[in-house]
Design a protein around this ligand. Structure first.
Ligand code: NAD
Length: 262
């Protein structure tokens, strides 16, 4: 199936590695030009080169911290200038720190709100006018299976991502007349640095080897393994593409069957 990416342009934030990088790579391989950002400029430039070499597409790489309003505006403006259009926006950010409710201070909450909630609000606000100008677009918010089934020890993520899906549902309704479809994509457990870090933190807290944490997590997944970021990226590439023409306001779980709810 042709997803219709040829001639299209997308922004994928927090894309120097992990799920964001895999999404940007997949979109470019499907024929899109992509704008990517991250805070670590050297790693970002290496990723941009990798995507250019693999896909032959135009890649705009810009150092930006998505928790900073000025950085978001600069990124969206630069992408619109470079490509002349923005067809899709994939909102991604680093995950907030792990910890229980009583461990979290106002400063932790405030930082997580800026990183995981306000970043998405500002990205969408800056991008929508560009989508309206070309008659529509697609927005995909990378969230977590935590919005279906809160994950122990991740109170910041559990809280903010559920709130964000309320925004996605609201925007699916508000932006539909403009031809803009908005969805949430919920990863379960994918092999990235973030997951390795969370495994290490759990191992330390519980005083057990990191391999045991990993084995325990993977044994709770019906498909019996962690996902490869490239597998996740295929779902993002569909949801963010013109081929997705009738699904909006949904939270799609990609988790090897880990979430047991109906
Ligand atoms: P990762 O740590 O491997 O990669 C995060 C990326 O975000 C990196 O490119 C990093 O440079 C960038 N980044 C971090 N903070 C940033 C900021 N303030 N501004 C700009 N860029 C920033 O993480 P990942 O596993 O790819 O996860 C991506 C998102 O998906 C996170 O929010 C994570 O919590 C969520 N998530 C991931 C999984 C999983 O299985 N990997 C599961 C559930 C949710």
């Amino acid at each position: 199936m042709d997803l219709g990416w040829t001639g299209k342009a997308a922004i994928v934030t927090a894309a120097s590695r992990g799920l964001g990088k895999a999404c940007a790579m997949r979109l470019a391989l499907e024929g899109a030009d992509v704008a990517i950002c991250a805070r670590d400029e050297a790693e970002l430039m290496r990723t941009a080169d990798e995507i250019r070499k693999a896909s032959g597409r135009d890649v705009l790489a810009m150092r930006a911290d998505v928790s900073q309003p000025g950085d978001i505006k600069a990124l969206v403006d630069a992408a619109a200038r470079r490509f002349g259009r923005i067809d899709a926006l994939i909102c991604n950010a680093g995950g907030p720190p792990s910890g229980a409710f009583m461990d979290m201070t106002d400063e932790h909450w405030e930082a997580a709100v800026q990183l995981n909630l306000m970043s998405v609000i500002r990205l969408i606000r800056e991008t929508v006018p560009h989508m309206q100008r070309i008659g529509g677009g697609r927005i995909v918010n990378i969230s977590s299976v935590a919005i279906k089934q809160p994950i122990p020890g991740l109170v910041l993520s559990n809280t903010l991502r559920a709130g964000l899906h309320g925004l996605v549902k609201t925007l699916a309704n508000e932006l539909a007349p403009a031809g803009i479809l908005v969805n949430t994509l919920c990863p379960g457990r994918f092999e990235t640095d973030r997951i390795l870090g969370l495994d290490r933190a759990s191992a330390e807290r519980e005083g057990i080897p990191v391999e045991e944490v990993r084995r325990r997590s993977e044994s709770s997944i019906p498909l019996g393994r962690s996902g490869d970021p490239e597998e996740f990226a295929r779902y993002a590439a569909f949801l963010a593409s013109p081929a997705n023409s009738y699904m909006t306001g949904q939270a799609i779980v990609v988790d090897g069957g880990q979430w047991r709810g109906v």
